[in-house]
Design a protein around this ligand. Structure first.
Ligand code: GLA
Length: 365
């Protein structure tokens, strides 16, 4: 009797609703979180933010993240829409690195390079739900020793919290039993006019970065920190995303637009969280501010979207129809001794925090 009583109570507490069934037979659940003016729906598969609604300056609520209505889209067509990324966000050159004298070979899934954790990254696994309330969700994933070529069993715990003052706070924690690189991030694509609206080129972006990490033609950092001053990468004062995106700059050619890691400047608060970026969409007045403990942010403008993906409600996602601000350590850090280290060792606990704050600017366009 005690047993039958315990099961329904646990299910009710988690409150997820079935969203689809994986090829393994496991059911994916969707959780609704709401607080203040923000409502978001999150899948235990990939920790994917499947929808996120906020009001515009008229109070009209819209879903501002790109995604799919069904699991099938996420399984077969998704360029990481809304997903948690691990074990290593962005690229590791030729899927290889040497750590403590041993060379490790990773699954290559981006030409010769390893991207976003490999063929089955943390975006493509069902996470265990440790706790769920109407405003928070705690997810855990244990990645086994050798998973996608990475050494050590890594335990990652990610907490999403919606606060009463309209912030989505992401807390990451990781531990390992062998030294391994770790770079966890979140890959939501935003369009503050509403997902499926016109490309985000009119959105105004401010990025608190004095430098970025230029890349070669395959998007691997050269190792240099290049000042943004005098380049189309200078967003220290707010600029429309599209204003210089077609400028004749070698780095914009390499990235097919912006697809670069920016080096964050500026002081952090007591917890080491620093203001990194602010975006304003002039037509709706919606604003998005990002703060993070991470040293970098990948600014990517959906350059690889090309209208072949049909998402929620039949929306066609054309080139530049969403932007990503992925808080992270720098790409290819395991091969770049001058970059901040991503190596996590046994006995250490890696924690980081990234926040996205939602608002409206009442000033008319
Ligand atoms: C990151 C990368 C891009 C691309 C996207 C996903 O932003 O830097 O090059 O791989 O993820 O499509």
């Amino acid at each position: 009797m005690t047993r039958t009583a315990a099961t329904p109570a646990a299910t009710a507490r988690h409150g997820g609703t079935p969203f689809g069934v994986l090829p393994t037979g496991d059911t994916v659940h969707r959780f609704t979180l709401a607080n203040g003016d923000v409502t978001m729906r999150v899948l235990d598969y990939g920790g994917i933010v499947q929808s996120l609604e906020t009001p515009d300056r008229q109070g009209i609520r819209q879903d501002v993240v790109l995604g799919f209505d069904d699991l099938e889209g996420y399984l077969h067509r998704s360029p990481y829409f809304g997903a948690l990324i691990g074990r290593y966000g962005n690229r590791i050159a030729t899927g290889r690195f040497t750590l403590d004298g041993t060379t490790h070979t990773l699954a290559a899934n981006n030409g010769p390079h390893a991207l976003h954790g490999g063929l089955t990254g943390f975006d493509k696994v069902r996470w265990q739900v440790l706790d769920a309330t109407d405003r928070s969700l705690v997810l855990r994933h244990v990645s086994r020793d050798g998973d996608e070529g990475y050494p050590g069993t890594l335990t990652a715990t990610v907490t999403y919290t919606l606060t009463a003052d309209n912030r989505w706070v992401i807390d990451y924690e990781a531990t390992t039993d062998r030294a391994t690189p770790v770079n966890l991030t979140q890959h939501t694509y935003w369009n503050l006019r509403g997902h499926g609206a016109e490309p985000v080129l009119q959105h105004e972006l401010q990025l608190v970065a004095d430098a970025f990490t230029p890349v070669d033609a395959t998007l691997i950092p050269t190792g240099v920190l290049q000042p943004v001053a005098g380049t189309p990468f200078d967003f220290r004062t707010p600029q429309p995303i599209g204003a210089r995106i077609d400028a004749a700059h070698e780095q914009l050619r390499h990235g097919s637009g912006y697809d670069h890691n920016f080096v964050l400047a500026g002081p952090g608060d007591a917890a080491g969280v620093r203001f990194a970026a602010q975006v304003r969409e002039p037509a709706t007045g919606r604003t998005l501010a990002m703060s993070t403990t991470e040293p970098g942010v990948q600014f990517y403008v959906g350059n690889f979207l090309d209208g072949r993906i049909t998402g929620k409600g039949g929306a066609v996602y054309a080139r530049h129809s969403g932007f990503c601000l992925e808080a992270q350590h720098f790409p290819d850090s395991p091969n770049q001794p001058a970059f901040p280290s991503t190596i996590l060792r046994p006995g250490e606990r890696r924690t980081s925090r990234t926040e996205y704050a939602f608002g409206v600017d009442t000033q008319q366009p």
